[in-house]
Design a protein around this ligand. Structure first.
Ligand code: SOE
Length: 392
């Protein structure tokens, strides 16, 4: 099948710029999408030009722009991919919607729910295809848990538990601001671990277990001042270094969420567990090809399964019948972090064409859905600030 060219404009050249660029390069090696992405142009600030040139060279972008508005409005750009720091997401998405471009945006969607609402209005008015990159939904194992929940194998859910832990900001010498550490500056990132890490946990939780109805949170800032990498001055840190919250889901189950960048030893420890009447399922990103599953009762009869081998099972999610896996290697061989972005992009590209849409494993996470996650994040921050429960 001859593929239709889709020219990509990448707005950012950092870590997420790499994960998204790789996905465009790889997607048609594994999925039969009707489009051929072409890495047409990437954006970087004038002062970051050397780093942007390296990025261009590594990934094969045809050109560089140092003015993101110019890049968005170039007639040869079809997809605008927003991977710039969070404070730029809104303006970039609004401009891309105005220009009628297809939009992919990194999480968190925005700095606040108010911004997110503006973005939803603009994108929906323009009627352009859009996706927010909540990549962990595209881990085959998490996707299998979604299937297990939808099949009724968990039954009535009681508990949901999520952890998202890192440890890279423990040293007081870690500066704030600058290309690598903008996540520590409130005016650039919006929030700390809540928007950066818990947004993932919340997105996955609501996908698996339905909407969160109310939250009660506590946040902490462990290092209150840091040197700004760009100005050399000491700045007050106002983002949440750690956040814990209790949640009540609309389905009556209750949840705990914990996130920190001070969890010594934890690098990208992203886990979840759901416990229901008929069964339970658990996932840990450090063993991404497995789910753990506890089968208590038959979802059809509701009867306890009598078996002397009852207990948690560790299931290797690499078979062709597991989500996404038929597109990769032979059973038993594994895939990794970068494939979550490839899987998400495949779903996006397949869903752009009515003839291939049914081939997408999951619907994409729209800007509207990501705004909902933003609302939960804002409610968590508000709850911590006001020291009270917040209804969502
Ligand atoms: C932060 O360190 C970060 O890169 C997040 O921004 C990503 O969303 C997460 O998946 C990995 O950690």
């Amino acid at each position: 099948m001859s593929k239709k060219i889709l020219n990509v404009g990448m707005l950012g050249a950092g870590f997420m710029g790499r994960t998204h660029s790789n996905a465009y390069c790889q997607v048609n090696h594994f999925f039969n999408t009707p489009f051929q992405p072409v890495l047409k142009a990437c954006y970087g600030r004038e002062e970051d030009i050397e780093a942007t040139k390296k990025f261009q060279e590594y990934w094969g972008y045809e050109s560089i722009e140092t003015d993101w508005k110019k890049l968005i409005n170039r007639p040869d750009i079809d997809i605008v991919d927003v991977v710039a720091p969070n404070f730029l997401h809104k303006e970039m998405v609004l401009e891309a919607a105005k220009a009628g471009k297809k939009i992919i945006c990194e999480k968190p969607l925005a700095m606040s729910y108010a911004e997110a609402q503006e973005m939803v209005a603009a994108v929906e008015k323009a009627g352009v295809p859009n996706m927010v990159s909540f990549n962990y939904r595209r881990v085959p194992a998490i996707s299998l848990i979604k299937q297990v929940v939808d099949e009724g194998r968990i039954g009535r859910p009681f508990h949901y538990r999520a952890l998202y832990l890192q440890d890279y900001t423990i040293s007081t010498k870690v500066p704030a601001g600058g290309a690598a550490l903008w996540r520590l500056s409130a005016n650039i990132a919006g929030s700390g671990v809540t928007g950066d890490l818990l947004a993932h946990s919340i997105d996955t939780a609501e996908w698996l277990n339905g909407p969160i109805a109310r939250v009660c949170a506590y946040t902490e800032i462990f290092v209150k001042e840091r040197v700004n990498q760009e100005t050399g001055e000491k700045v007050k840190i106002t983002i949440d270094d750690a956040c814990m919250f209790l949640a009540v889901f609309a389905n009556g189950s209750i949840g705990t969420f914990e996130s920190s960048r001070y969890a010594r030893g934890r690098k990208n420890y992203n886990t979840l567990e759901i416990n229901g009447e008929l069964g339970a399922a658990a996932f840990n990103l450090e063993q991404p090809e497995y789910i753990e599953f506890f089968r208590y009762a038959d979802p059809v009869t509701g009867q306890k399964i009598e078996d002397h081998l009852t207990g948690w099972q560790k299931i290797l999610v690499t078979n062709g019948e597991h989500p996404y896996m038929k597109n990769y290697w032979v059973p038993g061989t594994t895939i990794g972090y970068e494939h979550t972005f490839i899987n998400g992009l495949a779903d996006f590209l397949l869903s752009l064409d009515k003839d291939t849409a049914a081939g997408a494993v999951h619907p994409v996470v729209s800007v509207r859905q990501a705004a909902r996650t933003q609302l939960v994040c804002d409610s968590v921050i508000k709850s911590a600030k006001d020291k009270t429960w917040v209804e969502i």
